[in-house]
Design a protein around this ligand. Structure first.
Ligand code: SF4
Ligand code: SF4
Length: 87
């Protein structure tokens, strides 16, 4: 399994109330050739019950060795060095 590590202290993804989703950055999602990266809400909620922040995670983790070619594009494009990948 590919080990995907995300540091939420380096990547802050606030909720965008107009778009109903985080809109900041998300370069890692755009660059992944296998579309393996997604955002998901963290537990903390605002006064309307909407998630305050999101984190990046890898989908199909159990099959990541098959789908993730270890291109490291997500690591290279991240301006905050928030992503680490270990094979
Ligand atoms: S290493 Fe490449 S394929 Fe794997 S998650 Fe990152 S961008 Fe996607
Ligand atoms: S590229 Fe880095 S800073 Fe941008 S959303 Fe992805 S993990 Fe966060």
């Amino acid at each position: 399994m590919v080990k995907f590590q995300f540091d939420p202290s380096k990547c802050i993804l606030p909720y965008d109330a107009n778009e109903l989703r985080p809109t900041k950055c998300l370069k890692c999602l755009d660059v992944c050739p296998a579309s393996l990266l997604m955002f998901r809400p963290l537990k903390e909620k605002d006064e309307f019950g909407a998630p305050k922040f999101f984190e990046i995670h890898m989908i199909f983790k159990a099959y990541s060795k098959k789908f993730c070619p270890d291109c490291l594009k997500c690591v290279d494009i991240c301006p905050e060095q928030a992503i680490k990948i270990k094979i």
